[in-house]
Design a protein around this ligand. Structure first.
Ligand SMILES: [Zn+2]
Length: 60
């Protein structure tokens, strides 16, 4: 593994509702895939799916 890759210590998954544009950011869970349906939106019961997955750099 390269040094630059070691800095990605925390990954996040952004959930997006297709109906009301609500977005929720939570910790990445193993098996998360972009555009995967995750469940129903709490606000409008629309389709909630993964909009994007990103890593946050922590440390020096
Ligand atoms: Zn919604």
């Amino acid at each position: 593994m390269k040094d630059s890759e070691k800095k990605f210590t925390t990954c996040y998954t952004v959930l997006e509702c297709k109906s009301c544009s609500k977005s929720i950011t939570r910790k990445f869970t193993d098996g998360d895939i972009v555009f995967q349906k995750i469940g129903d939106c709490d606000d409008c019961k629309g389709v909630l799916l993964i909009g994007k997955i990103f890593g946050e750099t922590i440390g020096p």
